[in-house]
Design a protein around this ligand. Structure first.
Ligand code: PLP
Length: 365
């Protein structure tokens, strides 16, 4: 094949593509366990699947409603906000991209903690803005004072991922209040609450309350994690009206399919049933954390549907060892391993792999 002769956008070669979690090759027992994407281990709710079946033919052949009136209305009632405050996207990762496109000029700075959600630096660079990564503190938490100190005249957007992916840590309400007092009102702070349903800490801020309290807060939510709709792609921002309007301008037309809209509405109607599953995942998080600690591993207390093992130099070996046992996890070389909470049998498999491979033994020693 000949080399491409087309000209590409300058700088594009320095942007890495998003790296998605992969299934592992089957392990010794012939099973492959995917715990690398923070997906929901449950099958979709039967009521949601049954509803989708009834709209399937039309949902396939017709364009969806761009305004998504029904879903927007349901969300507005659910959070007691105006429909004008809501902007939808094909997953909240698309909405995060909309926020960057709508709020930044080329060369503007977009700040976030690091390590945090891997999509942030990619989305920022693709939009022509400049990522500013502020290291997490020694407890793998957002260092909000350092982030406040890093604000410059070029800062236009700040992401606060709460709970943080991949460390599972949270900021407190008092910390976020103190931070907001230092953020100029023309800078928009985005509280990314992809994992908020799993947060059981007593002093966590509610993104929606902060949205009501400050004029420069947007909240990002997704149906992918707690509600198990990762494959259908639907997320949203709750934002000041002018911001939400700007997001709708830069959104990809028809990106939120009819099936995604219908599944989201049906899920909101089934929140009690979904809550039982969320409670079980939280209980499994407690159980897995204790079992891993019993094996001598350090586990960062998590408020999300995954746990973070800060294995440092032992990370790459640990990732390979999990893979030998048919378990895919997210390994960040030199830093740590993120393990999603699976069903009880999958979580047992994680502990069995740790025991069999002596994962973390050198760290504990
Ligand atoms: C998974 C995730 C999202 C978005 O997921 P979508 O499937 O695009 O809705 C957003 N933020 C964080 C921090 C995540 O981990």
């Amino acid at each position: 094949m000949s080399k491409a002769t087309q000209t590409f956008r300058p700088g594009l070669e320095r942007i890495a593509a998003y790296r998605a979690g992969k299934p592992a090759p089957a392990g010794p027992d012939g099973r492959s366990v995917k715990l690398s994407s923070n997906e929901n281990p449950y099958s979709p709710l039967p009521s949601v699947v049954a509803h989708l079946t009834t709209v399937l033919p039309e949902a396939i052949s017709r364009y969806p409603s761009i305004a998504a009136e029904e879903l927007t209305g349901a969300l507005a009632r659910r959070f007691d906000v105006s429909p004008e405050n809501i902007a939808l996207g094909s997953g909240s990762v698309e909405v995060a991209g909309q926020l960057i496109h709508a709020m930044t000029a080329p060369g503007d700075e977009v700040m976030f903690a690091w390590r945090s959600f891997e999509a942030y630096p990619i989305l920022v660079r693709v939009a022509g803005a400049v990522p500013v990564e502020v290291p997490l503190d020694a407890d793998a938490r957002h260092d909000l004072p350092a982030m406040a100190a890093a604000i410059t005249e070029r800062t236009s957007l700040i992401f606060v991922c709460n709970p943080n992916n991949p460390t599972g840590t949270v900021v407190t309400e008092a910390e976020l209040d103190a931070f907001m007092a230092q953020v100029p009102s023309h800078v928009l702070v985005v509280v990314d609450e992809a994992y908020v349903h799993f947060d059981r800490s007593a002093d966590s801020p509610s993104g929606i309350e902060f949205f009501r309290r400050y004029p420069n807060i947007a909240v990002l939510h997704t149906f992918s994690k707690a509600y198990g709709l990762a494959g259908l792609r639907v997320g949203y921002a709750i934002a000041p009206e002018e911001v939400a309007e700007a997001l709708r301008k830069v959104a990809i037309p028809f990106a939120v399919t009819r099936l995604a809209q219908e599944a989201a509405v049906a899920s909101l109607a089934a929140e009690d049933e979904l809550q039982l599953r969320i409670d079980e995942m939280v209980a499994e998080r407690t159980r897995l954390t204790a079992a891993l600690e019993a094996q001598g591993l350090t586990v960062i207390p998590s408020e999300a549907n995954f746990v973070w093992l800060p294995l440092g130099e032992a990370t790459a070996d640990a990732g390979a060892a999990f893979e030998r046992h048919g378990i895919s996890v997210r390994a960040f070389a030199g830093e740590g391993v993120r393990v999603s909470i699976g069903d009880p049998a999958e979580n047992d498999a994680v502990v069995a792999a740790v025991v069999a491979e002596g994962i973390g033994a050198s760290v504990a020693a």
